[in-house]
Design a binder for this molecule. Structure first.
Ligand code: GLN
Length: 313
């Protein structure tokens, strides 16, 4: 029916119902042992609209490990503190490599390609840590998440953080490598500790979608009108999410979904429909690039139904 406004509630309900029956759900991440026990049948979706209304489906209130989605928020925080000086430490180009790749760092003298691959996020975390104790830096990141989600109950899953700290040898290699080029200022173990803990923040789809609203609303919280970041910065963070938010799956995500998005190996994705909505989806099964398989499928269905692709005229 041309001209009719698509019904968001019906679209979300249909997505939940369709995906309930999917057999092919991807593989749950197991390289962080504590994440391996996630239920591959879990699925949640929340759409937080620019007008303040919220539409949800499935396990929308269940907290999960946000993992790399935290990198959007640490980047936002670090840009607020350091502005464009941050770009001396990290680039803004898609990597075309896995999220924990080591080879690119050697070719590029320890400067990570972008703030969303692990090396880039570790460099950003190191900046936030400078001049603080790890506990203070972590408290600042957690309070920022609680503030954005308007929910002081958000916590860090310490078992997940400890599990990654015990087994995160690849991230330790990346951090040590950057340290050798002088890209990190703080002791490697401190920086990694803060990084592992912010990746281990646990949030529900509802909390995450609400926390992401400023990116859909020109940098403002649409409920309070409070400016989180200038509009230009929100636009630029969205640009980075589009080009780099899904690692070597970023092109495919843009092609299929057509929105800026950031994934995490906990199975969450935060996607932004500028001017319209902040969307969080969660399903723990991952594809070969470490991105939620059903999460992307859900977003692909949603943008098609709602006409929300940023490439649509
Ligand atoms: N904490 C995870 C890691 O460093 C985050 C990776 C991800 O979510 N893609 O490996």
């Amino acid at each position: 029916m041309s001209g009719a406004v698509p019904d968001l509630e019906a679209a979300v309900a249909e997505i939940v119902e369709t995906l309930r029956h999917r057999v092919d759900r991807g593989e749950v991440a197991s390289y962080i042992p504590e994440l391996a026990s996630a239920d591959p049948r879990a699925f949640g979706i929340v759409v937080a609209n620019a007008d303040g209304s919220v539409v949800s489906g499935g396990a929308s209130e269940t907290p999960f490990s946000i993992q790399s989605i935290s990198k959007v928020f640490t980047l936002t925080l670090a840009l607020g503190k350091f502005g464009d000086r941050l770009w001396r430490r990290v680039g803004r180009e898609p990597s075309g490599s896995p999220f924990n790749s080591v080879v690119q760092l050697e070719r590029e003298q320890g400067i990570p390609r972008n703030p969303f691959i692990n090396a880039g996020a570790i460099a950003v975390t190191d900046l936030i840590l400078s001049g603080h104790q790890p506990r203070e830096a972590l408290g600042e990141i957690l309070r920022f998440m609680q503030f954005l989600a308007d929910d002081p109950s958000i916590t860090i899953d310490r078992a997940v953080a400890a599990s990654e700290h015990r087994t995160g040898f690849r991230n330790a290699a990346l951090a040590n490598y950057m340290k050798s080029f002088g890209v990190l200022d703080n002791p490697v173990n401190f920086t990694l500790g803060v990084y592992f803990h912010h990746c281990a923040i646990a949030m529900s789809c509802r909390q995450l979608a609400i926390a992401g609203r400023f990116l859909a609303c020109d940098g403002k919280n649409p409920s309070t009108g409070f400016k989180v970041v200038p509009a230009e910065r929100a636009r630029r963070i969205n640009a980075l999410m589009l080009t780099c938010g899904h690692y070597d799956g970023s092109g495919e995500f843009a092609y299929r979904v057509g929105l800026p998005g950031k994934s995490g190996v906990g199975g969450g994705i935060l996607a932004i429909a500028p001017g319209k909505a902040s969307i969080a989806v969660w399903s723990p099964g991952l594809d070969a690039n470490g991105n939620s398989h059903l999460g992307r499928t859900a977003l692909e269905m949603l943008t098609a139904k709602m006409g929300w692709s940023i490439f649509k005229a």
